[in-house]
Design a protein around this ligand. Structure first.
Ligand code: IMP
Ligand code: MG
Length: 171
């Protein structure tokens, strides 16, 4: 059994997601927002956040994985499942669980920006800036986290712990 500690309890997550929802609703007032959720980790956050946004929301999902060797810094990610809908002319917000090295997001955002959205932004539940190797513009962030292995609320360790209702660390 892995030993788990609580880093961010459920109540703090709920409160912060509510704040982000209000902030995003205000920023996008009068517009429609197309949320692009990155599977699988981004899904729990996407659902909670979407419920707190008051402008009209549409949803799509994509799944990506790093190409080949984990340690390669090519920045190339493979699309495992692409979006169902076009992004053309839409106000698009990518929803992620965590920005770590920034490799996945820097590639994904540049790829999605080629699809002619009206605007493109990024909202991540967690940011681990100490590990950044690829620059990423984070527009909305729930919490900054230290350089520890994080699980819960969508984040996994060997596919486990995604369903924890809090953000934990493996000790
Ligand atoms: P990147 O290094 O920013 O490209 O992050 C790639 C992906 O690695 C993230 O979207 C997460 O799915 C995963 N990841 C990064 N840090 C952690 C962590 O602390 N726990 C679990 N997954 C992580
Ligand atoms: Mg992820």
């Amino acid at each position: 059994m892995d030993k788990l500690g609580v880093l961010i309890p459920e109540e703090k997550l709920d409160a912060r997601i509510r704040e982000l929802g209000a902030e995003i609703s205000k920023a996008y007032e009068g517009r429609e927002l197309h949320l692009v959720s990155v599977l699988k980790g981004g899904v729990f956050f996407t659902c909670e956040l979407a419920k707190r946004i008051t402008v009209p929301v549409t949803l799509d999902f994509m799944s990506v994985s790093s190409y080949g060797n984990e340690k390669s810094s090519s920045g190339v990610v493979r699309i495992v499942k692409d979006l169902d809908e076009s992004l053309e002319g839409k106000h698009v917000m990518v929803i992620e669980d965590i920005v770590d090295s920034g490799r996945t997001l820097s590639y994904l955002l540049s790829m999605l920006s080629d699809r002619q959205p009206a605007s493109l932004s990024l909202c991540t539940l967690l940011d681990k800036p100490s590990r950044r190797t690829h620059e990423v513009k984070v527009d909305y962030c729930g919490f900054e986290v230290p350089d520890k292995f994080i699980v819960g609320y969508g984040l996994d360790y060997a596919q486990k712990y995604r369903n924890l209702p809090y953000i934990g660390v493996i000790e």
